[in-house]
Structure formats: C-alpha cells, structure tokens
Design a protein around this ligand. Structure first.
Ligand code: FES
Ligand code: FE2
Length: 409
C-alpha cells in the first residue's frame, strides 16, 4: 500500500466527499440527551454538527452553520437551550431547525421567506444500543444493516443487561499528529503491536513487575473481518475477565454467559479492539468509545467517552472510569504508546522517496474463514485481515461517486 493515502491533500478532500459524506458516522451517546434542548456539538468529517433532542424527544442533528453568513450557531461543546441563536447578527433557530427570529426583519424584501432558511438537517439519525449515528446520504442502507455481523461483537460491550450503558466523566478530546486512518486501521486489525509497543505498560501491570506472563504474550484469539470495513480482534480464553479488579468482582459472568453466550464471554466481552468503519473505535475492557475526527491529512482529533453499564453501582463505575484514564485516557500508559507510533509513521511519510515505498499488509493472508463459533468470517488474532477489509471498503467508496455527485454522472 502506498503511503500517499496518509499525506495527499487531494485524496483527503476526496475522502471527505466519498468516505465521510455517505457513511454512517458516530455522533454521540443517547445518555447525553435527557430533556428537549439538551445538545452536543461534534463533527461529521470536518462538517460541524449540533446533535439535540427536539420537543418530541427525537434526536436530530443539524449542520452547525448559520444560513446568513455561515458562523456557527452553537459554540458551546454541550448544554441545554431553548433555541440556537447566532452570535454574529442574531438569527435564531428552533430545536426543529427552523429559523424563528431575524433582527431588523423589516429591512428584508417580501421575497425573504424564513421557511427556506432553516438549519440544514442531517437527513438520517439512527441509534444502536445507545450509540447515535448520522449520515448525509439521503437514501442510506439502514444503520443496523450496515453494521451486519459486527453488531454481534458490539453487543459484547453494549448489551450486558436490559438497562444498557451510560456515559461517565464527560468527553476527552486531544490532538494527534497523524492521519485518522492510522488509528482507525489499528483498532480494526492490530493486536500485533501490543507486545512490542506496550511492553513497558504490560510490565507495570504484571503482578511480578517484570516480564508479563506467557499467557499474556502468547495469546490466541480471533479477528472479525467485516465486508463493510469494520473489524474487531480479541483473545479467546475460558477465564476471560475484566482487568479492573472492582469491575471483575462485580461482574456476574454466569448471567453474561446466559445472555450473550459462551463465545462472546470468552472472547470479545473484555480484552480486544474494534473499529466501526470509518472512524468509530472502542475497547470493551475499559468502556472507551472514541471517534478519530479528521483534521487534514496529517492530523486527527481524538474524542473519547467512557461508557459503563447503567446497572453498575457508583464505586464500580468509578473504578472503570479510573482504569480507563490510567490506560487509555489522553495520558494513559497504553494510549501514549499508540499515539507515538502514529505520529512517528506520519512524520516521515512526506519524504518523496519514502512516500512511494509500499507498506506490508500480508499477515494472515488467506486465513479468513467461518470458524463455527463467531459469526461472519474471522482470521487469526495476529493478522492484517480486517485492515485489508478496511482499506478495500475505503477504496470502493473512494472509487464510487457519492449521492451528491450522481446528478453529474
Ligand atoms: S452569520 Fe448568523 S446571523 Fe449573521
Ligand atoms: Fe495499542
């Protein structure tokens, strides 16, 4: 694979048009919205959006840009409001996106119709077990269908009981110098780096404080390879458990076995990594869910939430939150290793000769199969198979005119 896909400005623009504009993109967690007017501002690709609950308690999303001169109509990260009033000239929009107030309105001609100047709405917003996704595609494949068998793996984190999940501790945001695909790809496909990149972190966590135990280093497991570019890898072990001791002790593994089945409890329930194409990733072991927001070819912004089971008592939630912070928070002992790798790869990839030297994605070539235990097709734990599927999907979208180009075809 040619490194130009991480650095080229034109390819990046094409990604925004053909990968981000037509895909289902993660927006928020349903727990961020409880009453009408609760809102959260985020991005779809580089497009700013407001996600809010309207008066009918429906989650809706709008382009966060005033129809007058284009300023953002909401500049807060989150909050509660009755309407969105632009701070430039004061146009004001309702929770349903309609333009309801225009200062000095008598200066406008008869032909000015406020009904035509509402906020641009994201046409489809759908949720899956607490996760809110949106797409600009006017006629999309439904979210559930686009997740396919990936949903089975996601449920190992999202569906421990009927109460579902909630967010603890707000949203952490930080900037990394690196192309967004480096992170998305790694979370889809890369258990390989763990022993090397995270050697020091594993050492700190090992009871002896020295070499991590053999069963940590020589793990066996599977990697789910999705035809729509999603991916998930996880060790398989009969005594699979959550890392944080308080969480482990609270967890009723028998009840989970009953609800989710043995294959999920011994596999993707805890330790593992996953990406929902294109830029939503998660780690079940600590409830970290994150978006890799693209900010030009060389930079991404990581937005990370911690989710826990709603049924967890306060002290268990707190234990999971702290465990998340220590490992995969912005200064977490694992997170820093990963960010360092992506910046390292990015920093040199602009070299003229360097940029043309191909990278290797051959691991686990041809190993994908139905394994009889996990749905869909899986590969080995150590494999590039889901990475290849991620880029196959990316290439397919990059080569397909999106909905907004069709009238030119
Ligand atoms: S730009 Fe928003 S009111 Fe003028
Ligand atoms: Fe890592």
């Amino acid at each position: 694979m040619d490194r130009v896909i991480f650095t080229d400005e034109e390819l990046y623009r094409q990604e925004l048009r053909r990968v981000f504009a037509p895909s289902w993109l993660f927006l928020a967690h349903t727990d961020q919205f409880h009453k009408p007017g609760d809102f959260f501002t985020t991005y779809m690709g580089e497009d700013p959006v407001i996600v809010t609950l309207d008066r009918d308690r429906r989650i809706r999303a709008y382009l966060n840009s005033c129809r007058h001169r284009g300023a953002r109509v909401c500049r807060a990260d989150f909050g509660t409001t009755r309407n969105f009033t632009c701070t430039y000239h004061g146009w004001s929009y309702n929770l349903d996106g309609s333009l309801v107030s225009v200062p000095n309105k008598d200066g406008y001609p008869e032909s000015f119709e406020t009904g035509q100047w509402g906020l641009v709405e994201v046409p489809h917003v759908q949720t899956y077990h607490g996760l809110v996704f949106g797409t600009w595609d006017p006629d999309p494949v439904p979210l559930r269908e686009s997740l396919g068998d990936m949903a089975w793996y996601m449920d190992a984190m999202l569906d421990h009981d009927d109460q579902g999940t909630v967010v603890v501790g707000g949203v952490h945001k930080w900037v990394l110098e690196g192309n967004w695909k480096l992170a998305a790809e790694q979370f889809a496909t890369d258990w390989y780096h763990v022993n090397m990149s995270h050697a020091s972190a594993l050492m700190v966590l090992s009871p002896s404080g020295r070499k991590p135990k053999d069963e940590v280093v020589h793990r066996t497991g599977r990697q789910y390879v999705d035809p729509n570019g999603h991916g998930a890898g996880f060790p398989v072990h009969p005594k699979n458990r959550f890392d944080a001791q308080t969480v482990h002790e609270w967890t009723d593994y028998d009840a989970l076995r009953e609800r989710l089945g043995e294959a999920r409890v011994e596999g993707p329930l805890t330790t593992g990594h996953a990406t929902v194409f294109p830029n939503f990733s998660y780690l079940p072991v600590n409830g970290s869910i994150r978006v890799w927001h693209p900010k030009g070819p060389d930079r991404m912004e990581v937005w990370a939430w911690t989710i826990v089971d709603k049924s967890m008592p306060e002290e268990v939630r707190e234990a999971q939150r702290l465990y998340n912070l220590r490992t995969f928070g912005p200064s977490g002992i694992f997170e820093q290793d990963d960010g360092e790798n992506w910046s390292e790869v990015q920093a040199i990839s602009h070299g003229f000769i360097t940029g043309g030297v191909a990278l290797n994605y051959q691991m686990g070539m041809g190993s994908e199969r139905e394994d009889g235990r996990h749905p869909g097709r899986t590969s080995e734990l150590y494999s590039d198979a889901a990475g290849r599927a991620f880029y196959a999907r990316w290439r397919e979208l990059m080569n397909t005119p999106a909905w907004h180009e069709e009238h030119h075809a």
